[in-house]
Design a protein around this ligand. Sequence first.
Ligand code: ADE
Length: 227
Amino acid sequence: MHIDIISTVPDLLSSPLSHSIMQRAQDKGLLTVQVHDLRPYGLGKHNSVDDYQFGGGAGMVMRCEPLAALIDELRAQRTYDEIIYLTPDGERYAQRRANRLSLLGNLLLICGHYKGIDERIREEYVTLEISIGDYVLSGGELAAAVVVDSIGRLLPGVIGDETSALTDTFQDDLLAPPVYTRPAEWRGRAVPEILLSGNTAAIETWREARAEERTAARRPDLLPPDV
Ligand code: ADE
């Protein structure tokens, strides 16, 4: 998979994408991520990428021309399966979307700043608008890092144990059960007996029950409605 990201603060993206699992995905050649600085495409001697909004009101809006110039340049090199704009007024991002995006080949992510990007860029190019939650970040970069990370770890071969991404919280619309490691007793707290029993069927049943319990207590919205 190849992901291009358009940003006015590319430095914000370098660290989250160059550690641990994301670095492994790239080292193995399973994922390539290229961050493109929008600033050189800005207008005038200050390379301006934003301007006041028509109709008045606080906050700058990212202009059409620099974004269009960079997007056109990238589109001349690649065909994108999705052109994604990260924005708090987009569709709420969840595991199901991450699963679907992980099956695609080329993605282009656009990070906004200030009040966002001119609506006409959304109309002209954007095929999917994603919000990572009901809060406003100061830019789309952290949201883009979240999307890339959640997709990258799903690519076959990225996580060593192929099954582990499948048992994640949310993968079955259930929260994950509690997990323990050594020592078997710590500060008077013992690991549940069943996990030491070696009885894999009983352990699986126990885990399912704890996952359902935890989901009912913390995220009842994830459970199917009673019929
Ligand atoms: N940009 C600013 N806030 C955002 C959010 N919650 N999700 C995605 N992009 C954003």
